[in-house]
Design a binder for this molecule. Structure first.
Ligand SMILES: [Zn+2]
Length: 281
C-alpha cells in the first residue's frame, strides 16, 4: 500500500511538472512587461526575426527583438498577440487588461472659446490635429521605451488619466494623459531618450507643445509650455531639459499635461514610470 501511494505521488508530480516546463520555455521565447492594465503600454521582447501580429495586424519588431503596443483605456476584450518564430512555430497570447475605475473631472472657468471652438479656429485646428497625428505615426527601430520612464517634473498629479471630463458643465472626451501641477518655469526633463518629432509654441489647445518619439510607435507629449528648448529632429537624452512649465493653450493654471502614446492610442504614462508618483517639489 505504501509503495503504491509513493508511486502515485511521484507519477502525479511528473505529470504536473510537464506543463510548467512548457510554460517556462514559452515565456523565454516571448516576454511581455508592463502593468497590463487598461491604458497601459506593453513592452515585448522576443528573438529577432520573429513575426508579431496584434489583433490581426503586423507590428514592428526591431533588430534586437523589442516591440511595444498599447491597451486602450476602456479595453474589455483581450488583445490577441500571435508570434511566428523563425522555426515556423506559432504562439498565441491573450492579454486581458486589468479593469480600472476612473474618476469624473469637473473643470470650470475655462474661456468658452476653449470649450466650444469658434468657427474662425476650425481650419487652424484641423491643421494642428493633422500635424499631431503625423508626429505620432513615426515608427522606427529605436527602442528607448524599454526602460521605465522618469517623471518629467516634480509636483502633484492634479488630474489623473482616464477621467470623464466635464468642461464648464459639458461632458467631453476623457482626459487621456496626466496633469502635474507645478510652478511656471519648472524645468521639464525627457523621461527617456528619443527624437523630437513635433515642437511648436502656439497650438490652440495645447499651447507650447513638444512630442518626443521613443521608437516603435511610442511617443510622449508635453503641453502648455512657456518655453521650449528643443526643436524638431533634435536627439534628446533621458533627463535632458526640454522646456519649461507654463499655462499656454487651454489651461486654468501652470501645469504639465504629460501624455504617452502608442501611435494614436493615448496611454497612461504613470503606468510606465519607475516610481508610482513624481517627487514633490
Ligand atoms: Zn491635461
Amino acid at each position: 500500500m505504501i509503495i503504491g501511494r509513493r508511486f502515485f505521488l511521484a507519477g502525479s508530480a511528473a505529470v504536473l511538472a510537464l506543463p510548467r516546463a512548457a510554460a517556462f520555455a514559452a515565456a523565454e521565447r516571448l516576454t511581455l512587461s508592463g502593468k497590463l492594465e487598461q491604458g497601459s503600454l506593453v513592452v515585448g521582447k522576443t528573438a529577432p526575426g520573429t513575426k508579431i501580429m496584434l489583433d490581426g495586424a503586423a507590428i514592428l519588431l526591431n533588430p534586437t527583438g523589442n516591440f511595444a503596443f498599447g491597451l486602450t483605456y476602456d479595453q474589455s476584450k483581450p488583445a490577441v498577440l500571435v508570434a511566428t518564430y523563425a522555426d515556423g512555430t506559432n504562439e498565441t497570447r491573450n492579454v486581458s487588461p486589468v479593469a480600472r475605475q476612473y474618476e469624473i473631472q469637473r473643470i470650470n472657468g475655462l474661456p468658452e472659446r476653449m470649450v466650444t471652438l469658434p468657427p474662425d479656429v476650425l481650419e487652424r485646428r484641423k491643421r494642428e490635429i493633422a500635424m499631431i497625428a503625423d508626429a505620432r505615426k513615426h515608427n522606427t527601430d529605436a527602442s528607448w521605451y524599454t526602460d521605465a520612464l522618469e517623471w518629467p517634473i516634480p509636483g502633484i498629479v492634479s488630474e489623473p488619466y482616464g477621467g470623464q471630463r466635464i468642461l464648464n458643465g459639458e461632458p467631453r472626451a476623457p482626459h487621456l494623459a496626466i496633469d502635474i501641477a507645478a510652478p511656471a518655469g519648472t524645468q521639464i526633463h525627457a523621461p527617456a531618450s528619443g527624437t523630437v518629432s513635433l515642437a511648436g509654441p502656439d497650438f490652440y489647445l495645447e499651447g507650447g507643445l513638444t512630442i518626443i518619439d521613443h521608437g516603435g510607435g511610442v511617443s510622449t507629449c508635453y503641453l502648455h509650455q512657456s518655453k521650449q528648448l528643443v526643436a524638431v529632429g533634435d536627439k534628446v537624452e533621458r533627463g535632458q531639459v526640454i522646456g519649461l512649465v507654463g499655462m499656454t493653450g487651454r489651461a486654468t493654471g501652470p501645469h504639465l499635461h504629460w501624455g504617452l502614446n502608442w501611435f494614436q492610442l493615448a496611454l497612461d504614462p504613470s503606468r510606465s514610470t519607475r516610481t508610482p508618483a513624481p517627487a514633490k517639489a
